[in-house]
Design a binder for this molecule. Structure first.
Ligand code: NI
Length: 177
């Protein structure tokens, strides 16, 4: 079922979400189905459970590379539960981000370039990956939601934050998650 996405200002987006403990709970299956439906409906690159008002440490993401977005590489469709992230170097990269909870806007956000992450899939099985670039960016963006952080809180140069039509008047927008 397509759910409403909370928008910046809703106090639930500032909360710290709780780990999933019961992977057999039918409510988890339902949550993931709703998240997939909602993300597909809005054509998002990712979605975190708190964005639909469920304060659990669950994120989904996945992107198909598109020639219109240079620097946006394929990211496999992933369910990541109870994630743990570790930066693999101090290297920071600035990149454009949007968020379904901050509609109509984009901002230039610093993120770690290279990242190791681990967590559970929807069956509760552990998995881990080492990623970089756009994949690393999406994971950091989604997992920030689980700690009540939205991307505008990480922007350093506010001249690089604004409305889509002003920032990208003649070009395609970077994806939103
Ligand atoms: Ni977001």
């Amino acid at each position: 079922m397509i759910r409403d996405v909370l928008r910046m200002g809703d106090p639930r987006l500032w909360q710290k979400s709780l780990p999933v403990t019961n992977f057999k709970d039918p409510a988890l299956k339902e949550l993931l189905a709703d998240m997939r439906d909602t993300m597909a409906h809005l054509d998002g690159a990712g979605l975190a459970a708190p964005q639909i008002g469920v304060l659990l440490r669950v994120v989904i993401f996945g992107v198909k590379a598109n020639p219109r977005y240079p620097g946006v590489e394929d990211v496999p469709d992933t369910v990541l539960i109870n994630p743990e992230l570790k930066a693999l170097s101090d290297e920071i990269e600035e990149g454009w981000e949007g968020c379904l909870s901050v509609p109509g806007m984009r901002g230039l956000v610093p993120r770690f370039h290279k990242l190791h992450y681990k967590g559970r899939d929807e069956k509760g099985l552990p998995f881990e990956r080492t990623v970089e670039g756009f994949h690393a960016r999406v994971v950091q963006h989604e997992c920030d939601h689980l700690d009540g952080v939205l991307y505008p809180m990480r922007i350093r140069d506010f001249t690089r934050f604004g409305f889509n039509e002003e920032l990208f008047p003649n070009s395609d927008l970077p994806p939103e998650d």
